[in-house]
Design a protein around this ligand. Structure first.
Ligand code: ZN
Length: 304
């Protein structure tokens, strides 16, 4: 099976329990996360952190509506600094971190994200279509291992108790051989019995990446956690893929964020500048005249 075939075969699987008190989503995103790794040539720590954020964004975005997107932004005081992942309802995802080549500590057997990310903030932004104002929620990082941080966000911002299990495994050559996750959310009116059943399943469940390495599918992951419930499958027929929607306009806007002083320095050099998209590495050339346009619009908005 080619990489593309494998990719197009995977979808976020969504279910509800028959009593409607639990909704859940699961995905095997191994190929998509490995594509992210190959685009950024990222080392294991960044691959695992960015991959987990990507899986979480795919799972959360699957509960949005058509043409809506969701982004996860992690900002810590550790050496990895920043991780950004974004996914659409339709399963298109992209991600990057600011330190893709961060080395693992020499004595580490297992990749721990907490020391790499440090303490900081998690921001989830829900982008609506048609340019309406996005909804944004920020919480402090709880463990900096990402899964628990997302669960904390869902509790704090949406009062939804949840289980967020994420797993990314990197092989001896630095490639991603397993990446996926499960998001289980308890809806209003759920009973203590529901909570007990899920807690027992969480205790018994093997790590996500181990299950994927054993050949488990997204449906198997759902059964690991919700085997005690009667499930109703919800249609969500979008193959997941790594996809960047960058345009020259968006890249110019990001150059505008450098600020007037830096723009003036660039303009003074009177040279064409090349700017790469953070998500896909695509290069855009910006001419001095375009830089001046960017400066004009930055200046204009600074007066408002
Ligand atoms: Zn791009």
């Amino acid at each position: 099976m080619s990489k593309t075939d494998e990719k197009s075969a995977e979808r976020v699987r969504k279910v509800l329990t028959q009593d409607l008190f639990v909704r859940a989503a699961a995905v095997n995103a191994t190929a998509v996360v490995d594509e992210m790794r190959s685009i950024h040539n990222s080392f294991p720590v960044a691959t695992v952190a960015t991959g987990r954020a990507m899986v979480a964004s795919l799972l959360m975005a699957s509960h949005l509506k058509n043409n809506q997107e969701l982004s996860i932004y992690i900002q810590g005081n550790g050496p990895l600094s920043r991780v950004f992942a974004e996914a659409s309802f339709e399963g298109k995802a992209r991600a990057y971190s600011t330190a893709p080549h961060l080395e693992s500590p020499a004595d580490s057997q297992k990749i721990l994200l907490a020391p790499a990310i440090g303490i900081g903030l998690l921001t989830v932004t829900h982008h609506l279509p048609m340019g309406g104002p996005p909804h944004r929620g920020t919480v402090e990082l709880l463990t900096s291992e990402i899964g628990d941080d997302i669960a904390y966000y869902l509790q704090q911002s949406h009062q939804i108790p949840s289980v967020v299990a994420l797993g990314v495994h990197v092989n001896a050559y630095g490639r991603v051989d397993a990446a996926g996750g499960v998001l289980i959310e308890l809806m209003p009116g759920h009973t203590e019995e529901t909570v007990r059943k899920i807690e027992a399943a969480v205790k018994a469940a093997k790590p996500i990446s181990q299950r994927l390495l054993e050949g488990a599918t997204a449906d198997d992951l759902l059964r690991d956690y919700l085997g005690e419930f009667t499930l109703i499958e919800m249609e969500h027929d979008y193959p997941i893929e790594y996809s960047c929607r960058c345009t020259a306009e968006r890249v110019k806007r990001s150059v505008g964020l450098l600020g007037l002083e830096e723009l003036d320095e660039m303009i003074a050099k009177a040279e064409e500048v090349e700017v790469g998209c953070d998500f896909c590495g695509r290069k855009y050339k910006i001419t001095p005249a375009e830089l001046e346009d960017v400066r004009r619009s930055v200046y204009k908005s600074s007066l408002n």
